[in-house]
Structure formats: structure tokens, C-alpha cells
Design a protein around this ligand. Structure first.
Ligand code: FES
Length: 583
């Protein structure tokens, strides 16, 4: 908010508070830690004003007002609690429950359900009226997402967030007397599987495919004599603690490894190690492209499958700009089933690779035929952060109580550059640290590229590499990526290198991460990763002992580099999403 905005005072429950022009009553209340019940409000979206639970009275004005979309005005005198407010809130909650079929046992809000809390506080009978939507369909969006319209209260947050992301796949449709949320039937609109609808829905109407049904699947395969290995993404170490009541941004790498081992899994790999490989390959490709007049420049990162799906579906003419380097999850899975399998004399067909990922789109990524290595599928299962936490809870393993173990010093020892992949700007920062060294033979004077850090959706910078200015862009949210694509249509030389992520804040804000989430939480999660990087002795991907050995023993062979580290992309048509989906 601009510093020049006028300030004034309002009263809430008899006490005076400073407000700024443009703030809503809820903004002022939240800033001053005054609780107002709210369901359809999320700071990432425009106020929906649809649940009508944030009711307040304004002295001198008739009726009740929704605090989330009523502007504060000088000398307003506001009450957040009264008999009228309670009665109206009660009725509105009862109406919300006619929209929402409760399926609490398999809901992502099983342990922190707002509407159940509100019902308790307001003494509301949750089944006073029959469920209006009990025959509504359950939709499946590709191998990534489930949308159960029986649970949807049509508040519109998902529609707004889907638009903000840039997919515009969810929309309102008039059905009889109601407007209801529905997937678009427009052949030009498709889901990009980012899962932001899921992390923003206040009532758990969205979930990952298999989120409650398949979490035990990998362990069953262990019992069938397979070698089951787990790998975890860079961002998980600073997010999963939240599921166990730890503060946002707590770093739990050692506890995470210990918890996986408690499940009986011997082999645990840190995907940040493969991020170091992605960095080296991507830095090499960037340098090659910049030196080749015929190559497609700018180069775009490609490790976010939601962003890749967006580009392949919505803007396929830009596909040649995507780096051919595989994402860290796919590189790690491929290396486990080739390099590691050979070293340990295990048939790759007997290895089951399970990823713990921040993202539901990673469930889609492992099914892409382009990632196969001959007939080997690099990764067999993806569990989101939430799913893995649920698996631990089912096995009565409390991450808070687990004693941390040290990671394998060789195969699970990433550099700081590999760990920061989880935050928006991290992929670019890692690649530029190495590219700078490859070009100049020296280390960057300052390894921290603060210009590309931060959770803002759109960052631009110029990085000086030996007198040459490299024009870079870092965006999160496909709508911001679209702004860059539009800029490039006007000026193809506007950028040299662009990092794109579909989710707000990058992987730390991914669709598979704990809920709820907002900017404050994203900042703390990202800071956790930067703190690790700061403390690492090795902060350059090319200086990792594992990576050096890998390039000597395995990636010296061009064929091995090609099959484990690179992939292809192609134009995608709208997918057929099976509806109704049967659980
Ligand atoms: Fe204000 Fe829902 S939070 S109407």
C-alpha cells in the first residue's frame, strides 16, 4: 500500500485503531489481531464476500456488513459480536453445510477444519438441512487432482486463484437457481495441475489423486520383495514440520531421513543432489545457447511440470525455449535405476522409487512418456508433503519426537545451490553461480543473487558476467509467465534466461504442501532454505564431491547424460478428464 494513503481512526469493539484509505474492516482487524470469523477470505485472492461469516455491525448503519469487502471509513464504530451477528452467522453456517457433504475421514483439513470449529463455536447443527449436493460428481484432472463438487461451497476462491495462476480452467456455471464451480468445457482451457485450487480451497473440496487411498502402496511393494527407495525434494525440509506443529520454516532434514528409515526404508536420497546435476547441465546449455546465433534465446527453466504443461498447452510456439534438462526428481529417479542400481547389482525392475514432493503436478510428471529411459520409469510413486505426513501419522511416527540422523555423506550430500531450488529464483541462482564460473573461471564475487530472491511474482534483473549483462526474469504463477511471453512477442531479445514456476513462491508454495498457506508462511519456508545454503561449506553445484564422482564414473559417457539428464517436450491437446471419478 502506498505510503501516501490517508490514515484515520476507526473503533472496533470500543477501542480506537489506525486505518489506511483502501483497507477493509477485516484488514484493520487482522492487523490488530482482532478475530473475525471468515471462510471465503484468502489474502492471495480478491475478497469473495460469499460465505457471509465475517459479519459486523456498524453503528448508525442498518443491517450487517461483511468485514472482508467493506472499506474502513473515518470514525466508523464497529462491533464484531452481537446477538444479531450470532444469529445471522448461525443461519449462514447452516446454509454452508447444506452445500458441503462432510467426508471428514479423508479430507485434507481432517486435523484443522475451520467450518467444524465454527459450527462448534456457534452451536450449529451441521445436518439441520439435507445435503443439496449429494449427487454432484467427483471430477479427476489428469493423474494429479480430484475435485469433489459435493464438498464445494461455491465460494469462488478456486475460480479466482485459477485465474490468478493463469490457467482459467475452473469457472462458474449457472445450474438452476445456483452458480456452481465447474471445470471448463472450453477446448482451449485445461488444468495445469499446479494444485493452487487445493491449497486455497477452505473446505477440502480438492485433493491430490490417491491422497488418502494410495499412501501405503509403496510400503506394500517393499513387502513383496522389491527394493523400495525414497527420495525427497529440496523444499520438503522446510515445510513438513508444520504438519507436526513445528514453526513455519523449521528445518527437519535429519528428522525426515530418520522418519523414512523408521518406516523400514533403508535407502533415502536427497533430490537436492540431483538438483546439482540439473544446475550443471542447465548452465552448460545456457552458455551454448548464448553462443549460438541460431539457438532459441531466452532459455526457460523446465523443472516445474505445471509451468511445462502450461507452455505445451497454451503457448506451444515457445517450446524450443525450454531447457532440455530433466527436473531433479526425474534425474534422481533415473540415476537410482541406472548408476546406483548397477553399483549395487540390483535389477532396475526390482527397484521402486518413491518421491516425496511439494507438488501434485509431480504426479503427472512421472507419467509423461518423455521421461522414460527405454522401458524404465524413473519414478514409480509420488507422495505429496501432506500425504507423507499422513503416512507417518498412520504409523504413529511424530516428526517432532524423532531423533535426527545424518544423511549419507556421499549420495545424500547436496550443496547449498541444490537446496535453494525449493524457493522461487533458486534454480536460476544455482545455475548462474555455476555458469559464471564456467564462463569466467572465477566464483561470483557474491554468491547470493538477492535480485532474483523473494516471493514476488515477477522479478527482473541484469547480472554482470565479465562485462556482459545477462538479462534475467524470475516469475511464479503462469499468468506472470504469460506476461514475459507477451513481452517476448514484442521484443524477442528482452531476456536471456527466465525461471518460471507455476506456484506462488515456487515449490515452497506448491500444491502438495501443508495448508493453510499465505505470503508470510511462504517467506519463512524460503528463508529456511536460504539459511541452509548460508551455512553450507559447499555452495556451488560443480564442487559437490558426489557430482564430481558421478561425472567421472557415469556421466562421462554422453549416452548416459542424454538418457538420464535430458528430455523432450511437445504440443499438448486438452486432456480427457474422467468424470465422474469413482473413489
Ligand atoms: Fe467475508 Fe466470507 S470471509 S464473506
Amino acid at each position: 500500500m502506498s505510503k501516501n494513503k490517508k490514515t484515520f481512526f476507526i473503533k472496533i469493539n470500543g477501542k480506537s485503531y489506525r486505518a489506511k484509505e483502501g483497507q477493509t474492516i477485516l484488514d484493520v482487524a487482522l492487523k490488530n489481531k482482532i478475530f473475525i470469523t471468515r471462510l471465503c477470505y484468502h489474502p492471495d485472492t480478491v475478497a469473495q464476500g460469499s460465505c457471509r461469516l465475517c459479519l459486523v455491525e456498524i453503528k448508525g448503519k442498518k443491517g450487517l456488513f461483511t468485514a472482508c469487502n467493506t472499506q474502513a471509513e473515518p470514525e466508523m464504530d464497529i462491533l464484531t459480536d452481537s446477538k444479531n451477528i450470532s444469529r445471522a452467522k448461525q443461519t449462514n453456517l447452516e446454509l454452508i453445510f447444506t452445500e458441503h457433504c462432510e467426508e471428514c475421514a479423508d479430507c485434507i483439513y481432517k486435523y484443522n477444519c475451520s467450518i467444524k470449529e465454527f459450527a462448534k463455536e456457534n452451536k450449529v447443527k451441521i445436518n439441520k438441512f439435507p445435503d443439496r449436493k449429494k449427487d454432484h460428481p467427483v471430477h479427476q484432472f489428469g493423474p494429479a487432482l480430484i475435485f469433489d463438487s459435493k464438498k464445494c461451497i461455491d465460494c469462488g476462491i478456486c475460480v479466482d486463484i485459477c485465474k490468478k495462476v493463469g490457467a482459467c480452467f475452473l469457472e462458474y456455471e449457472k445450474k438452476g437457481d445456483f452458480y456452481e464451480v465447474t471445470p471448463s468445457s472450453d477446448p482451449k482451457k485445461d488444468c495445469i495441475y499446479c494444485g493452487q485450487c487445493l491449497t486455497h480451497c477452505p473446505v477440502g473440496a480438492f485433493e491430490g489423486v490417491g491422497e488418502f487411498e494410495s499412501i501405503e502402496e509403496p510400503l506394500k511393494q517393499k513387502d513383496q520383495g522389491k527394493t523400495v527407495v525414497f527420495q525427497f525434494a529440496p523444499s520438503i525440509r522446510s515445510t513438513i514440520g508444520e504438519e507436526f506443529g513445528m514453526p513455519h520454516g523449521s528445518i527437519v532434514t535429519g528428522r525426515l531421513i530418520a522418519a523414512i528409515k523408521k518406516l523400514g526404508i533403508e535407502n533415502v536420497f536427497d533430490v537436492s543432489v540431483a538438483a546439482d546435476v540439473t544446475t550443471i547441465e542447465e548452465a552448460k546449455e545456457l552458455i551454448e545457447r548464448l553462443g549460438d546465433k541460431k539457438a532459441s534465446v531466452p532459455m526457460f527453466t523446465s523443472c516445474c511440470p505445471g509451468w511445462v504443461k502450461y507452455l505445451e498447452f497454451y503457448q506451444p510456439e515457445f517450446i524450443p525455449h525450454l531447457t532440455s534438462v530433466r527436473s531433479p526428481q526425474i534425474i534422481m529417479g533415473g540415476l537410482i535405476k541406472t548408476y546406483w542400481a548397477e553399483k549395487n547389482n540390483i535389477d532396475p525392475k526390482d527397484i521402486v522409487v518413491v518421491s516425496i514432493m511439494p507438488c501434485v503436478a509431480k504426479k503427472y510428471e512421472i507419467e509423461r512418456p518423455e521421461v522414460m529411459i527405454g522401458d524404465i520409469k524413473p519414478v514409480d510413486h509420488v507422495l505429496t508433503t501432506r500425504e507423507f505426513a499422513q503416512l507417518l501419522k498412520k504409523h504413529k511416527i511424530d516428526l517432532k519426537e524423532v531423533k535426527a540422523v545424518a544423511p549419507d555423506p556421499f549420495i545424500s550430500a547436496p550443496t547449498g545451490a541444490g537446496v535453494i531450488y525449493g524457493a522461487s529464483g533458486g534454480v536460476m541462482e544455482s545455475a548462474l553461480r555455476t555458469a559464471y564460473k564456467m564462463i569466467t573461471g572465477k566464483k561470483l564475487p557474491k554468491l547470493e543473487l538477492k535480485q532474483v530472491r523473494g516471493i514476488e511474482g515477477f522479478k527482473k534483473a541484469e547480472i554482470d558476467i565479465d562485462g556482459k549483462k545477462l538479462k534475467v526474469g524470475v516469475v511464479n504463477g503462469a499468468a506472470n509467465a504469460q506476461k514475459i511471453l507477451d513481452e517476448l512477442k514484442e521484443n524477442p531479445k528482452a531476456y536471456d534466461y527466465v525461471e518460471m514456476m507455476a506456484c506462488f513462491g515456487g515449490c515452497i508454495g506448491g500444491g502438495g504442501q501443508p495448508v493453510p498457506v499465505n505470503d508470510e508462511i511462504r517467506k519463512k519456508r524460503a528463508q529456511g532454505l536460504y539459511n541452509i545454503d548460508n551455512r553450507k561449506n559447499i555452495r556451488m553445484a560443480d564442487e559437490s564431491p558426489f557430482v564430481k564422482t558421478l561425472y567421472k564414473e557415469f556421466l562421462a559417457d554422453h549416452d548416459n547424460v542424454h538418457k538420464t539428464c535430458h528430455t523432450t517436450f511437445s504440443k499438448k491437446e486438452k486432456e480427457v478428464h474422467p468424470t465422474p471419478y469413482k473413489k
